[in-house]
Design a protein around this ligand. Structure first.
Ligand code: CA
Length: 388
C-alpha cells in the first residue's frame, strides 16, 4: 500500500495503458482504479477530468460515496479487483485541460524575502500586499505534467554592470506551490464570494512554477512576470478532492489590516495544513508549511472574480511560492541561497545557489486525513536539461 493514497484520499488523475486511451483513474494504494470500467460512465473516458469537474459538488460527492462503498464493501471486491491496475503499469497524463492559469503571491515570508532582495532600502511588502492577494495571469499552454523535462530557457539577461544579452538563464529556480482547479464555471459578470469556494473548486494539486530569476529581474518592471515564468509550469498527476481535506482545514494567520467585506473569511476559513517537502537530487532541502499562507484559496478566488471575470472549467490558480519563516522552510532557491549570497550546502559536499543542468527537483506534500492518517498529494518533479 502506497502511504497516503488510502480510502480517505481517493485523488483523481488521467492514465492510459497499452490497450486503453487516456481515461480517469483514482489512486488507491499502489494501484489505479479504472473509473470508466467500474462505473460504466463514459464521462470518465473523455481523457480529462473537465467534464466530470463541470458537473459540480453534488455529483462529486455522489461518486465519492459510491467509490468509498465499492472499495470498503466486501460484496464488491470481485468487481473492483478486476479494474484495479498496478500504478507502475500505467502512463499518467495531464489531469485537466487547463483553462486560464493565475499565479498568486500569497506567502508573506516569500513576499518579504523577495522584497528585501529586489527592492533593498524599501519596505519589503508593497502597500497593497496586506489588502489584496496579488496575482497575475500566467501561460496556461505551458502547464505540463510532472516529469516533463525542464529545458533551460533562454532570454534577455542584464548584469548590473553590462548591457543586456540573449542567452540561457543563469539563475534558474523553482517555486514550490499548491494549485487549485476550478470545476464549476461562472458567467461573465458573476463573482464568487469566499462562502462559495466549495461550489466551484474541485480539488488541489502540487505545482512547480519554474522561474528564471535573471530574465524576471530585467523584464518585470512595470508589468510583472513574463518570459521568466512562461516557459514551463509543472503539475502533479493527482488531484486531491476538496472533500478529502476537511481535517486539514485551519484558520489562516492573523491579518495586519481589516479586510474589505468581500475578502473577510472569518466565517469561511480556508487555511490548509499541508506540509510540503522539496528535494534536490533526493536530498531534502526544504519543508514549506502551507498553513502559514496569509491569503487563502477562497480569498484568491473571490478576488480573482470580484471584477466579474468569468471562470471556466479547468481554470488553475496557484498559491504562489510557499515559504515559512525558517531558512529550511523556503520554497525557492533564490530565498534558500539569498540571491546567491549564501549558497545552500549539500550533503555531498557541493553547494547550490540556482539549478544546474542535470538537477532533479521533486516536491511532495502530505496533510491530515479524516481517518487520522496523513494523505499524500503524490509529487511534482522535473529534471533540468541544457539550453538548446
Ligand atoms: Ca509562481
Amino acid at each position: 500500500m502506497t502511504a497516503g493514497f488510502g480510502i480517505a484520499n481517493l485523488p483523481y488523475g488521467i492514465f492510459s495503458t497499452d490497450v486503453t486511451g487516456p481515461r480517469t483513474g483514482v489512486a488507491v494504494g499502489d494501484r489505479v482504479l479504472d473509473l470508466a470500467a467500474v462505473t460504466g460512465d463514459p464521462i470518465h473516458a473523455t481523457g480529462s477530468l473537465n467534464a466530470f469537474m463541470a458537473q459540480g459538488p453534488a455529483a462529486w460527492a455522489q461518486l465519492r460515496r459510491h467509490l468509498t462503498s465499492l472499495l470498503t464493501g466486501r460484496a464488491h471486491r470481485g468487481v473492483v479487483e478486476r479494474h484495479l491496475l498496478p500504478a507502475d503499469a500505467v502512463t499518467m497524463h495531464l489531469p485537466v485541460e487547463v483553462g486560464d492559469y493565475v499565479d498568486f503571491y500569497s506567502s508573506r515570508h516569500h513576499a518579504e524575502n523577495l522584497g528585501k532582495m529586489f527592492r533593498p532600502g524599501s519596505p519589503p511588502l508593497t502597500p497593497n500586499w496586506t489588502h489584496l492577494p496579488i496575482g497575475y495571469h500566467g501561460r496556461a499552454g505551458t502547464v505540463r505534467l510532472s516529469g516533463t523535462p525542464v529545458v533551460r530557457p533562454k532570454g534577455q539577461r542584464k548584469p548590473p554592470d553590462a548591457g543586456p544579452s540573449l542567452g540561457p538563464s543563469l539563475r534558474l529556480d523553482i517555486e514550490a506551490e499548491v494549485g487549485f482547479v476550478v470545476g464549476v464555471p461562472t458567467a461573465l459578470g458573476e463573482s464568487v464570494p469566499v462562502s462559495a469556494f466549495e461550489e466551484h473548486v474541485f480539488g488541489v494539486c502540487l505545482i512547480n512554477d519554474w522561474s528564471a530569476r535573471d530574465l524576471q529581474a530585467w523584464e518585470y518592471v512595470p508589468l510583472g512576470p513574463f518570459l521568466g515564468k512562461s516557459f514551463l509550469t509543472s503539475m502533479s498527476p493527482w488531484i486531491v478532492p476538496l472533500a478529502a481535506l476537511e481535517a486539514a482545514r485551519v484558520k489562516p494567520p492573523a491579518r495586519d489590516e481589516p479586510l474589505l467585506p468581500y475578502l473577510d473569511d472569518t466565517r469561511h476559513p480556508w487555511g490548509l495544513d499541508l506540509t510540503l517537502e522539496v528535494r534536490l537530487n533526493g536530498e531534502l532541502i526544504s519543508s514549506p508549511p502551507f498553513a502559514e499562507m496569509y491569503w487563502t484559496p477562497a480569498q484568491q478566488l473571490a478576488h480573482l472574480t470580484v471584477n466579474g471575470a468569468a471562470l471556466r472549467t479547468g481554470d488553475l490558480f496557484a498559491s504562489g511560492t510557499v515559504s515559512g519563516p525558517a531558512r529550511d522552510q523556503r520554497g525557492s532557491f533564490i530565498e534558500l541561497s539569498w540571491g546567491g549570497a549564501s549558497p545552500l550546502e549539500l550533503k555531498d559536499g557541493g553547494t547550490r545557489s540556482f539549478l544546474e543542468d542535470g538537477d532533479q527537483v521533486t516536491i511532495t506534500a502530505t496533510a491530515p486525513a479524516m481517518d487520522g492518517t496523513r494523505l499524500s498529494f503524490g509529487e511534482v518533479s522535473g529534471r533540468i536539461e541544457p539550453a538548446t
